[in-house]
Design a protein around this ligand. Structure first.
Ligand code: ZN
Length: 679
């Protein structure tokens, strides 16, 4: 079927212009033969993601995807500038040194290369996760010499700036620990703006900024705009504050003109009227900078549910601003995964069957149960703040009232998870923490598949199942409510992933696959998830708490069904009876549903306090030590694929080809050359 489609398309191509053209090589390579790993340095491993199913897109959809992808790349400089006021210039100097004829065999150069690769990951000179400034492992004299050898025409000087001044600035950022030490300070008690190096405020104190925005807010307004989201707040010469707005004709205009150029092309090939309307509104927002237009766009965007192709391509998340007002520019161009969405549809269509057959008490079952179809997407291009470290899912818009009144989109990104999963393969991680070869084989075969299914069951059915007893306050469980709710949804998924129904529906291949999920769930809940927690700390994160709750409870109540066993002094999870383990998950689900339905605060408290929060220190220390010894890369970044569009002599789009072979440094240097529009 796939082949036929390609041949048909190529034939049409021949017919339309009468001469031989390059054929498209639009295909999704088999995961087995796909080389996921691109590069590795410091604490990062750089992967590539497969654009699964791109060959199923129509020619028009490919064209749309192409234009949106180009728009996604045009905003790269914006995020660099948002992350630091001199960041674009710093990047240009580093890249000039990197591509100069400096001796590339020295230790200094090798350390410099790692520094630059890390800066590319962060879109700046601070660690993308911790926010601390990178410490160079090359020497200052080496850098000064390499800088001094640069040809004058490659120096990215600002107006009126001398080479000596530029070098002094670079030395400050690179070698002086007191210059811009933190990307975003979150420690209370100091001025957060003065101690953060992100570039959302200029000459403004935290108090002044807070007063400025508090004065704008009207607590009575049911539809408040996202104040300050698309501007830099600046103190003028006269001491008054004003917003330098991101818009065409305003701040970042040169980059946004390019973005809009491509978005307008995209507008000519939209799939549905809803998609057209939303995109048109976003373009209007780029021009006006009016946050009311942004809200209008968000409202239209959530209504656009039928299109296959979707996008985020604007100022979006405010994590980079210590005060949470300013949004960083990001882009994620994607399309719906039909295969995965079919999977969630099968589950949702059977929602009532799952509810009727669930192990919870009859009085707490829903008489009428509707599942939701989770949208699973395939990332096709990441840009701005989503590049090169894209999220695993998105849940937008951020405006609370739009979410409440008009809805939101919540999606998981299948191919990014796939890429991340591939990064621990072959690293010895599975072998280190798994009891024996039988379990390792099980995990290698079925873990990713059943992880996805478990997430689907959790999202599509788990949260929507069951009901409260009459008169019970939905907030009765207080601070324990969130963990209990996640526990419930996870247990619903665990119970049903092992049901014959999954095989009958054609979702799982056999009745062994679920065992991978059972083993991996407890292995993670009890052991491997704690690698992200410092020794001595408690578990804070809700999902981590609920996973440990479930894992500890089944071990304690299971009478040997599942146990934590030692071999050569090392701890392992051993599941002795998978069917009985399913029974235990069912028992716990019944109890958790009872707690939820009846609002039993004391029982919720006891459950969470006993099982979810504290980690056995001896076990924790051992897990951390074993993890450390594996020398894994804790963080992943990704390179984008390279798309090449073909057009006939009349400028008509004739096809898209995809290439996965571009390297990490190669990609960044190309982006800096072809997609850098800001001064
Ligand atoms: Zn959940």
């Amino acid at each position: 079927m796939k082949k036929l489609f390609l041949i048909a398309m190529t034939a049409a191509l021949f017919a339309s212009c009468g001469k031989k053209q390059e054929t498209t090589n639009l295909y999704t390579p088999d995961p087995e033969g796909f080389d996921y790993v691109v590069d590795a340095f410091a604490d990062m491993q750089i992967m590539r993601y497969r654009v699964t199913g791109i060959e199923t897109l129509s020619l028009k959809q490919q064209e749309l995807l192409y234009y949106l992808s180009e728009a996604a790349l045009c905003g790269r400089d914006i995020i660099w500038d948002q992350n630091g006021k001199d960041h674009i210039q710093i990047r240009r100097v580093l890249e000039a040194v990197y591509t100069s004829d400096v001796d590339k065999t020295t230790d200094d150069f090798k350390a410099f290369e790692i520094y630059l690769k890390r800066a590319w990951v962060s879109n700046g000179i601070h660690h993308h996760y911790s926010g601390a400034k990178f410490v160079p492992e090359f020497s200052q004299p080496w850098f000064e010499e390499a800088f001094g050898a640069l040809a004058p025409e490659v120096l990215p000087l600002k107006e009126g700036q001398s080479a000596a001044e530029l070098l002094a600035m670079m030395n400050g950022y690179l070698f002086d620990p007191t210059v811009a030490p933190l990307h975003k300070n979150q420690a209370a008690g100091v001025d957060l703006l003065a101690t953060s190096s992100s570039n959302y405020y200029q000459g403004v104190s935290q108090k002044e900024a807070e007063d400025f925005y508090n004065a704008m807010k009207d607590p009575q307004d049911p539809e408040p705009i996202m104040f300050g989201m698309n501007s830099k707040l600046v103190k003028g010469e006269d001491g008054a504050l004003y917003e330098d707005t991101y818009k065409i004709g305003g701040l970042y205009s040169d980059a946004m003109e390019k973005i809009v150029y491509w978005l307008e092309k995209a507008l000519t090939v939209t799939e549905t009227p809803e998609q057209h309307a939303a995109l048109e509104k976003m373009i209007e927002f780029y021009r006006s900078g009016d946050l009311k237009d942004f809200d209008e766009y968000a409202k239209l965007w959530v209504k656009d549910t039928e299109s296959l192709i979707d996008y985020v391509c604007c100022y979006t998340e405010s994590y980079g601003d210590p005060l949470g007002y300013k949004a960083s520019w990001e882009a994620l161009i994607n399309f719906k995964s039909l295969e995965a969405t079919e999977r969630t549809k099968k589950i949702s269509d059977n929602a009532q069957w799952f509810e009727d057959n669930s192990p919870i008490d009859k009085e707490f079952k829903k008489e009428e149960c509707k599942g939701v179809t989770a949208k699973v997407i395939v990332a096709a291009m990441c840009g701005g703040d989503c590049y090169p470290t894209p999220p695993l899912g998105i849940n937008l818009p951020n405006s609370n009232w739009i979410r409440a009144v008009h809805g939101s989109k919540s999606v998981t990104i299948d191919n990014i998870s796939e890429g991340r999963a591939a990064s621990t393969k072959g690293s010895g991680f599975t072998e280190e923490f798994t009891w024996g070869p039988e379990e390792v084989e099980l995990l290698n075969k079925y873990k990713l598949m059943t992880d996805n299914l478990h997430t689907d069951l959790h999202e599509c059915l788990g949260h929507g199942s069951g009901k409260l007893a009459p008169g019970v306050d939905p907030d009765a469980l207080g601070a324990y409510g969130a963990v209990i709710e996640e526990t419930r949804a996870d247990l619903f998924g665990l119970y049903y992933v092992a049901d014959q129904k999954m095989v009958d529906l054609g979702i799982l291949p056999n009745m062994d696959a679920y065992k991978a999920q059972y083993y991996a769930y407890i292995q993670n809940g009890l052991m491997t998830q704690t690698t992200r927690i410092k020794l001595g700390d408690n578990i804070e994160q809700t999902h981590m708490r609920n996973r440990q709750l479930i894992s500890k409870w089944v071990i304690e109540k299971g009478n040997g069904v599942v146990e934590l066993k030692q071999r050569d002094g090392k701890y392992f999870v051993v599941v002795n009876d998978y069917e009985a383990l399913r029974g235990l998950f069912g028992d716990l689900l019944r109890e958790i549903q009872r707690i939820k339905s009846t609002g039993d605060f004391e029982a919720a408290k006891a459950m969470v306090e006993t099982y979810a929060i504290t980690i056995d220190p001896e076990l924790h220390a051992q897990i951390l030590e074993r993890y450390e010894a594996l020398n894994l890369y804790p963080y992943n970044g990704f390179v984008n694929p390279v798309y090449t569009a073909s057009f006939d002599e009349n400028g008509k789009f004739t096809g898209l080809s995809i290439d996965y072979t571009e390297g990490y440094a190669e990609q960044h240097l190309r982006y800096s050359r072809d997609y850098s529009f800001l001064k």
